[in-house]
Design a protein around this ligand. Structure first.
Ligand SMILES: [Zn+2]
Length: 269
């Protein structure tokens, strides 16, 4: 392993610790400016428990407040982020592009966690991310700034339409099923995330990113229904968060967009 790779893996681990910290404190305090706390009860964590990996290795993973272990998510993120970062380093080499794509990936990981755990995609995350992506649009090797800004506009428009449609559609489905539901499948956070993905994948990449989102969310929903049927506990209309699937489609098109688009546009009849 080269020194460069080792350095970027360690950097990825530090970013993983920061992502976990943001996922633990942002939904609770709305600011990053808080000491690391237990995501379950809010108790302050000992310094050896600031990192998920170190806390499990040192035995500090049990919270003194609620007696429960740190979520395994913190370990998973601290292992997955360095792996992802090393993959990005090998793809982009040390470059401005690498810095931007790494940062965008960290944002996608963070919103995936907060959406799964709290059904939240926070403006405190998305507003700075959108500003950086807008500036970053001028430094992309794979697309022009015009393509990026148009992608952002298309992402905003399409997700806003889905957001507007989601409420009447879920009411209608509820009435048809005879069980009115107040659960809204689509929040405004999804709109900001869609705009971010548009800015980072550009036009036409954003369209394929949304296609991957819809297909993967559909597959996941089908799997959930199958599992529920197998357990004989089918709950119709249980909505799933869309953030993780938007993040998945956005990440695939952000990194592999050029190859996928050239395959898609030049495939045989
Ligand atoms: Zn606790």
């Amino acid at each position: 392993m080269s020194l460069e790779t080792l350095f970027y893996a360690v950097f990825g681990w530090v970013i993983g610790v920061l992502i976990n910290h943001a996922a633990d404190v942002l939904p609770r305090h709305k600011t990053l400016n808080s000491a690391p706390v237990c995501p379950r009860c809010g108790m302050l964590r000992a310094p050896l428990a600031w990192s998920g990996v170190i806390s499990y290795l040192s035995g500090y993973h049990i919270c003194l407040g609620c007696g429960r272990p740190l979520p395994l998510r913190s370990v998973l993120v601290e292992l997955a982020t360095p792996l992802l970062f090393v993959g990005l380093l090998w793809r982009y080499g040390l470059s401005a592009e690498l810095g931007l794509v790494s940062l965008y990936s960290a944002v996608l990981i963070l919103v995936t966690i907060t959406d799964l755990e709290h059904r939240l995609i926070q403006h405190a995350v998305m507003v700075p991310a959108l500003l950086i992506a807008l500036v970053g649009a001028f430094f992309s090797r794979n697309m022009t700034a015009r393509q990026a800004v148009l992608g952002g506009a298309v992402g905003l428009l399409l997700l806003y339409l889905m957001y507007l449609l989601a409420i009447p559609v879920s009411r209608l489905m509820g009435r048809l099923a005879g069980r009115p539901s107040e659960e809204v499948p689509f929040g405004f956070g999804d709109v900001t995330l869609g705009t971010f993905i548009g800015l980072t994948t550009g036009l036409p990449g954003v369209l394929l990113a949304l296609m991957i989102t819809i297909v993967s969310a559909g597959l996941a929903a089908a799997c959930i229904i199958l599992v529920q049927l197998a357990r004989r506990r089918y709950r119709p209309l249980a909505t799933i968060p869309y953030g993780p699937f938007l993040a998945l489609g956005g990440f695939i098109m952000m990194v592999y967009g050029p190859e996928i688009l050239s395959w898609y546009l030049h495939r045989g009849p």
